[in-house]
Design a protein around this ligand. Structure first.
Ligand code: SF4
Ligand code: SF4
Length: 457
């Protein structure tokens, strides 16, 4: 069977020209098919499960635009990035690249900076102010690099995001400096910044292939230190077919048993240094979902696309922690519509005032229907306890966020695009930009595929 879902524009992988394309189901998979006048036909697998793709079409939310855009006139995509007036989504999670320096040379790195740079404090503050201007309120920012813990002013940056009212700053890191720098650990503990730790699995060969050397013993030591010293962290795994897809289930089990607040899985993407990988090593979102469903803690149907970005960009599942062995998927508690409202356009669901009301009203419904049996009294009591904690001295977003992080675990799958899978219909819904010092917010995939070599300084 062959079915055309929609037409779009994509890239010819040979010459990178913008070419007509269509999303097609065939041979029980979904492909992006492209035709270039000079280089002919090409295709890229975008979903190994047409059922998942069809179901994803239900997860489309109306656009929510930013308060301000940087480019006032649209002259084409991605030339007008951004954001420009044509862009169909505001910013949920900005990723600020603060330096290019790194203490590893990972074969899987999606960056390849041609020029070294180190963001100044003034530029950093300008970026934060611009974000607040564009969004009104910024809950979360991520600092990345390079290796951001090598930036000499990281401490100033973390204190500044706190002073500007940003609820959570996360720092993407290989974590190696935490082993030998107690002062770095103290900085994270004192500022409440979250360590987003690269953690790709357990096999030495996984690390050799993805990171260039066996890092597992050091990763285990870093996690032990973070847990012992009560430093908040999340796990970030890059996954590739035939490399560590057989470890996804164990990574998930490890995550649920750990103190990590979230797990991010990123299928490899052929940009930057990772161009030595091949398309056949790429996993699609349903591949990762099905591997996660093998975990002792994940059930079939727990995952769905994130409705605010394009449905092919993210999938996610949120769990309430009931006790150390039991986790309640948020979908089991909320109706489909309520659930979509809870997860769209925010980093943690149900922790703004609206989301909080959603959960509280649902609790009242359950009580009034005398229907506690469907969830279990113990489960309801746990949820009540979180609500009580959140409202103890009146509802405050920061406190709700912090308690929510303690009460929930989240798993995200983020499927970046490269020159093979780049779809202009997708990038206009990007909610994950790289803010630039000049005020532009450039969708990450646009930056990685088109503007990788620009200076940030
Ligand atoms: S990706 Fe978005 S911001 Fe960039 S040019 Fe296209 S519509 Fe505009
Ligand atoms: S960074 Fe790429 S994959 Fe992620 S939301 Fe933006 S366009 Fe989609």
């Amino acid at each position: 069977m062959r079915k055309i879902y929609h037409h779009t524009q994509a890239l010819c992988p040979a010459c990178r020209s913008k070419v007509p394309a269509r999303v097609v189901e065939k041979n029980d998979k979904v492909y992006l098919e492209k035709f270039c006048a000079d280089h002919g036909f090409s295709e890229a697998l975008i979903s190994s499960d047409p059922g998942w793709y069809r179901e994803s079409l239900r997860y489309v939310k109306p656009k929510q635009i930013p308060l301000q855009v940087h480019t006032t006139e649209f002259k084409g995509c991605p030339e007008s990035c951004g954001l420009c007036p044509e862009h169909q989504q505001h910013t949920c999670l900005p990723v600020i690249e603060i330096n290019s320096a790194c203490n590893l040379a990972c074969p899987v790195c999606l960056k390849r900076f041609k020029k070294d740079f180190q963001l100044s404090r003034d530029s950093f503050e300008h970026i934060i102010d611009t974000l607040i201007l564009c969004e009104g309120r910024v809950d979360v920012v991520n600092l990345s690099g390079g290796e951001p813990t090598l930036h000499p002013e990281l401490g100033d940056f973390l204190r500044l995001t706190n002073a500007k009212g940003i609820m959570q700053t996360t720092v993407s890191t290989n974590g190696l400096r935490f082993l030998s720098m107690p002062e770095l650990r103290r900085l994270f503990r004192d500022t409440g910044a979250l360590v987003a730790l690269q953690f790709d699995g357990f096999k030495p060969e996984t690390y050799v292939r993805l990171r260039g050397e066996d890092l597992f013993a050091r990763k285990r030591a870093i996690i032990e230190i973070l847990e012992k010293e009560d430093i908040r962290y999340s796990l970030v795994a890059t996954v590739a077919k035939g490399v560590n897809d057989d470890e996804i289930r164990n990574i998930a089990d490890f995550f649920f048993r750990s103190k990590a607040v979230s797990l991010m899985l990123q299928p490899i993407v052929l940009t930057g240094a990772a161009q030595s990988f091949t398309q056949s090593e790429k996993l699609t979102i349903p591949d990762v979902v099905h591997a996660l469903e093998e975990s002792s803690f994940v059930k079939k149907g727990d995952f769905n696309p994130l409705p605010c970005s394009h449905f092919s960009c993210f999938a996610l599942a949120y769990y309430f922690i009931l006790d150390q062995d039991r986790f309640l998927n948020l979908k089991e508690f909320l109706d489909h519509e309520d659930y979509l409202n809870a997860i769209a356009n925010k980093t943690l669901p149900c922790l703004d005032a609206d989301g909080f009301d959603l959960i509280r009203n649902k609790l009242y419904d359950v009580w009034s229907l005398a229907d506690a049996g469907s969830l279990g009294e113990q489960t309801l009591e746990r949820i009540r306890q979180v609500l009580r904690d959140v409202t103890r001295e009146g509802f405050a977003p920061n406190k709700a966020f912090s308690l929510g992080v303690e009460a929930m675990k989240a798993i995200f799958i983020h499927d970046f695009m490269d020159k093979n899978t780049f779809d202009f219909g997708r990038v206009i819904k990007c909610c994950n930009p790289y803010p630039q010092s000049d005020g532009r917010l450039v969708p990450m995939c646009s930056q990685n595929v088109f503007f990788q070599e620009e200076s940030h300084a």
